[in-house]
Design a binder for this molecule. Structure first.
Ligand SMILES: [Zn+2]
Length: 403
């Protein structure tokens, strides 16, 4: 009488364990990307080209595939896979596959995309990346110039402000101290990347004019909490964010949005305010250039809807650069895949801040300041600076340089 319930309980427990262990084990493992196959070159002009992703995931559990942009002008997109069972092969435990299609617009460019798979519970695979050319690669000199170290005489402080704009994955998961906070510290791994990779890469280009950079503040900005003065209490997102042909954009010029406001003016004022606030907290950010990073595409105008790689005020203290996602090659030390076109766009916009206008390819076919109507597109990016350009920026550099 006394032993039977115990045995029954033991039998029940074993059954429960048998039921629970394999299920729990399978449920914990996130999807895994095995391989991505996609052509290295695809034609420009809208011809869709198919690729295939080989992956492993618990049967029928894959939810979506998220494609983010590591480098090059392209729109991030998400494929919903849970309602497309025909795309998923029915092997329960072996590798499965789905296909996707991409098309290039008419502009030649190099694109690097990041892929992450999410199951229906939201668990993410480790990211993978793949690259392709729209058309064929033009000549450039990015890596040669980066490798050539020249002596520098002046240093300019760069403040980095990353807009948490619902498209950037760099700012995802930022913790704000209170519900109304406008600013929050950038993740430590990204600060390390700015210091160890981005600032040196910008210096690797601008050392042609004996110029180096130093990191000032690095913060995340919440656009919904950034109230723009004189606009009836409306915030940056309400005034400047919108959709254009299904893509989430930021309106750059008064003609691209619905308001007669210039984004760079608004950000220059915001940057000055942040500088004062952060200086009051002890970090001195005066005499610096403010670099605003945005994951959205910038729309220059509605009548001529070109997206941008960056935009800047000539001799102004502010620029905006498009940078949507990063791919960490290692966490310790924090190291990302170097986004060459993003860095070229930053170096180009800094050139405008320092007083440079565009040059034509006829003047210098590999110049940093060539006007590219739809940046970022060229790869490898062009980074030449001419002696005359260095002479032109010298007085602005002298006024901005910090000891
Ligand atoms: Zn420009």
């Amino acid at each position: 009488m006394t032993k039977r319930p115990a045995r029954l309980a033991l039998a029940l427990l074993l059954t429960l364990l048998l039921l629970v262990i394999p299920t729990a084990g399978a449920a914990i493992s996130p999807p895994q990307i095995i391989a991505i196959s996609f052509p290295a070159h695809i034609p420009t002009g809208g011809v869709a080209v198919a690729g295939t992703v080989l992956y492993r995931a618990a049967a029928g559990r894959l939810g979506r595939a998220q494609f983010d942009v590591l480098d090059g002008g392209f729109d991030p997109f998400t494929l919903s896979l849970d309602n497309r069972p025909s795309l998923q092969t029915p092997l329960p435990d072996g590798p499965q596959s789905f296909s996707f299609r991409l098309a290039c617009d008419p502009h030649p460019r190099h694109v690097i995309l990041k892929l992450q798979l999410f199951d229906r519970a939201g668990r993410a695979s480790r990211p993978a990346h793949f690259a392709f050319y729209c058309d064929s690669p033009p000549a450039g000199d990015f890596l040669q110039e980066e490798a050539q170290v020249r002596p520098t005489r002046a240093k300019i402080v760069l403040n980095f402000y990353f807009l948490d704009d619902g498209v950037s994955t760099i700012t995802r998961g930022t913790h704000y101290a209170d519900p109304d906070a406008v600013l929050a510290p950038l993740a430590p791994g990204m600060i390390a990347v700015l210091k160890s990779q981005i600032i040196p890469a910008l210096g690797g280009i601008w050392d042609q004019c004996s110029l180096a950079f130093r990191l000032g503040v690095s913060q995340v900005v919440r656009p919904q909490k950034l109230i723009i003065p004189g606009q009836g209490g409306r915030n940056l997102a309400e005034l400047f964010f919108g959709q254009y042909q299904g893509v989430q954009v930021i309106f750059v010029n008064p003609t691209s949005g619905t308001e007669s406001l210039d984004l760079l003016d608004v950000l220059r004022q915001a940057g000055a305010r942040f500088d004062r606030e952060l200086a009051a907290q002890g970090s001195s950010a005066s005499r610096a250039l403010d670099v605003f990073i945005i994951g959205r595409k910038g729309l220059l105008s509605r009548s001529n809807p070109l997206a941008f790689g960056g935009v800047a005020q000539i001799r102004g203290r502010v620029n905006v650069v498009h940078w949507q996602a990063v791919f960490f090659k290692s966490q310790q030390p924090a190291q990302i895949l170097l986004p060459q076109i993003v860095i070229q766009a930053m170096a180009h916009e800094i050139g405008h801040n320092l007083g440079l206008f565009h040059v034509t390819p006829q003047q210098d076919s590999l110049n940093l300041m060539i006007s590219q109507p739809e940046l970022p597109r060229l790869f490898p990016p062009t980074v030449h600076l001419l002696p005359g350009q260095c002479a032109q920026v010298a007085p602005v550099v002298a006024a901005l340089a910090s000891p």
